[in-house]
Each structure stands twice: as structure tokens, then as C-alpha cells.
Design a protein around this ligand. Sequence first.
Ligand code: BYC
Ligand code: FE
Ligand code: FE
Length: 471
Amino acid sequence: MPAVITDDKIPNNVNLSGDRRLQRALEAWQPHFLDWWKEMGPSGWQEKDIFLRTAVSVESEGWAHFDYVRMPDYRWGIFLEPKQEGRVHGFGDFKGQPVWDEVPGEFRNMLRRLIVTQGDTEPASVEQQRLLGQTSPSLYDLRNLFQVNVEEGRHLWAMVYLLHTYFGRDGREEADELLARRSGDVDKPRILGAFNEPTSHWLSFFMFTMFTDRDGKYQLSALAESGFDPLARTTRFMLTEEAHHLFVGESGVQRVCKRACELMKTAPGGDVRAAGGIDLPTLQKYVHLWYPLSLDLFGGEISSNASDAFAAGLKGRYKEERYTEHDLIGSTFSMDVLREGKVLREDVPMRTALNEVLRTEYIKDCQRGVDRWNKTIREEGIDFRITLPSNRFNRNIGMWATQRFAPDGTLIDQATWDAKRDSVLPTEADETYIKSLMKPVYERGKMANWIAPPAKGINNLPGDFEYVKVD
Ligand code: BYC
Ligand code: FE
Ligand code: FE
């Protein structure tokens, strides 16, 4: 493993200076990335000093360096986990054979599509979050937002490195396209649904980092199993950073829950809204919005793409080593399916069910987070439970998208849906109310009224640390 080179234009542990052509190509892409960052990255804060973590190596001890940095000066680097000598394909048709260090011709398109789809989500999320710095509930949250943003920028670099290194001219073109598409744009939208949704306030930001970044955890874990070794090594390191994004989301919502409970107990008549908080029924509606959008990101329940990617050894399951069987020929997965307007349980050939297999793991993980929110609510002495809706509710991708379902999974007709919609999903009035709360709080140690302070600061620093130098 080459040492980390940090005095180059592009910090890396892939010996970039040993490949002049590649280095020149990436150095030519770099100014385009910076232009994109300045145009579409966090608005209004580019000249300020932010207390950020920068990945400087892949050592499990001390991979991160914390210091003040202006975001355009952030050292976006390329880091791959060390190569494991003798690594073999762990699943699929090539199981037991040595992993690939080059792209096999027959799978080139499939692999490129996976990498481009992954890469597209990273800048998309930065675009979605670009205005949130104007309304942060505290300096602590402001810094966390920017931390997530710069790391999503680094994740884009990770995928662009693969495209430039292994896909020649097509790869360079795809890398340019990654900077050309725009979240929510009618003509050149981002590839996947959730990445074109507005994230226009901090409640949606926390839901996004809870539910949508968690799709990232599961997709990256599936790619970390890949028999295309550079992809596996890149995504493994991305997962290290991802944990903080999930923390921001889960703890963010938890703090909103806590504050809602406090206000229920202290506000006249327990009226949380009158006291300037986010009431739990409204919070539940945002769970109903972001959770199905994130479920959609796993693709159709029955998918030949998923089957092909597994067969080729390109995309595995979550923690493949936990399973005993890695061929999946002749095995089945028991799952709900829609047949002639009815929900039935069926055994589906395992390889075609792999999107659903991954989604099922994701759902369990989401439930664990929701359980922790409910624990907070219970500890506050409040009788309310947040629930995840059925995986059939409000879907736009896959077999459930063709019918209407209530949050409990009951099939309902369009008229019932129309009558129910505003009681289960955010209305325009809810959006207006939440946005009305979004007033920036930029004094050290202060917190907006609608959210409880964090249990502790970042990197063991105190809560009133100057996470962002405002002046
Ligand atoms: N929206 O066979 P199907 C992250 C398309 S998040 C729009 O059912 P497949 C992050 C699909 O592309 C992780 N289109 O599904 C989080 C296909 O189109 P084509 C991102 C969709 O292909 C927060 C057609 O429907 N990583 O990192 O098995 C912040 C039929 O597809 C959607 C990845 O996604 C949708 N929701 O699975 C920052 C990993 N779903 O090709 C970052 C790479 C499906 O027929 N991607 N379609 O035109 C994949 O593994 C797969 O592409 C998917 C879809 C899992 C997304
Ligand atoms: Fe990411
Ligand atoms: Fe993330």
C-alpha cells in the first residue's frame, strides 16, 4: 500500500503520481468539480472557517484529521482500503475465482451503470442541501451539515476515480455528466427519485440523513462485496464516513422528538405548535414521506438487473459472509407480491429477489433507529409511538407503485387515498409551518426552540465550541 500523498493536488493512497495520464485527467476534472462546488455546494458559507474532519488515510486509528478549513480548500482525496492478497469472488457465478483488478469486457456496461448511479447520488444530495446553511438551528448542526456535504463530495471523487481509471473515454464523459445533471431539474435530473426531491428544511434534512443516507449504507455494503476489487476497496472506506451521516439523521430526529415531548409537558394545553415546536404527529408525516422514497431506491422487488449483478459477482448482499449459501441457484425468498389486485405470499427465485432481500435488511435497521426515538419519547413520559409504514405505502417504484395502500399496508381505492392523504403525508400547510420555524441560530452554544441540544459535542468538544467561525 503506497503511503498517503498529501502534498499533491489530489491527496491519495493509490500512487496517482505513478500514472501520469490518469493524474492529468483527474487534475483536469478537479477545476470543474470546484466550479460545481462553488455553484451548487453550500450557499453563503464558502469563505468561512468550518471545523471539519478530513480523511487523511485509511488506518482505522487516526484516519481523520479535525481542523478549521474553508470548504473550497477541503482536501478531497482518493482513498482505497488496502488490497487483500488472494481475495476471491465470494458469491455468484465466479465464486472462488480471484477477484478482478480490471473490468471484464462482458460486464463493462453493467459495472459502469452501477458506478454512475452510485456516483450520481453524491453531488445530488449536496445540491438538495445547498440552502440549509441559511437556517441552521445551531452552529453544531451547521458544521454537521457541511461535514456531510464535503464527504458526499469526496464520495463523488471516489466514483470519478473509478470511472477515469477503468472506463477510458466513456468514463471521463460520465464523470463530466455527474457534474452536469442537477437535482430536481426537469431537463437533466439526477438518476434516482429521492435525489430529485426538495430537502427544503431541517426536518427533511434529518429524515434524509436517517433514511436516504441509510440506503447508501446498504448499497455501499452490497458493492463492498464486489468481485471488481477496486469498487469493493473504495466503497469499504466510504462506509467509514457514512456512519456519521446516519448519526446526524438519527440523532437529529431524536432531538426533535425530545423537544416535542418537553413542549407537550410545559406548553399551555400541551400545544407544541403554539409553543413553536414540531409536534410528533407532524414528524410522523415526514417519516411517511422520506421512508417510502428511500425504499424506492432499492429498485423493483423482482429484478433481472439485481440477478445479473449478483451472477456477475459485481453486487452482493449486505454482509455476504453472514450467509451460508452464496450461489443462490434453486433457492427462493418468501415475500409479499401483488397478484391480480391481491397481496399474496410467494416464494420468488432468490437471485431475482435480491433487491427485496437488501431492502428487508434496510427495513430492520430503520426499525432499530425508530425504536430508539420511541425510547426517548417514553423516557419523557409521553404516550406516543413513531411507526414505520408498511413497505407498500406510497411507493413510486416496484410492484406496489401501481396501487394505493394505507400506512398499515391495507389496499385502498383512489377515493379513500384522496380522503386520507392529508392526514398521513405533509400538506402544504405543514410545509409552511415547518419552514416558519427555520430561523438561523448562530450564537455559540445556542439552539433553536424546536430541537433539543445534542447529548455531546463533536470529537468530544463542548457544546458551545465555535464549530463555525461566523465572522
Ligand atoms: N428512481 O431492475 P430495477 C447514497 C430504475 S444512496 C428512479 O427494478 P435495479 C447516498 C432502474 O435504474 C445509494 N429509477 O432496479 C445517499 C432501472 O432503470 P433502467 C446509491 C429507478 O436496477 C444519501 C429500472 O428502474 N447507490 O449513496 O435492480 C446521500 C428498473 O430497475 C429507481 C446505488 O443505488 C428509483 N428509485 O436497482 C448521498 C447503487 N429504482 O436501467 C448518497 C447502485 C430503480 O432500466 N445502483 N430505478 O433505465 C443500483 O444498484 C441499482 O441501480 C438500483 C436499482 C438499486 C438503484
Ligand atoms: Fe455518500
Ligand atoms: Fe452519506
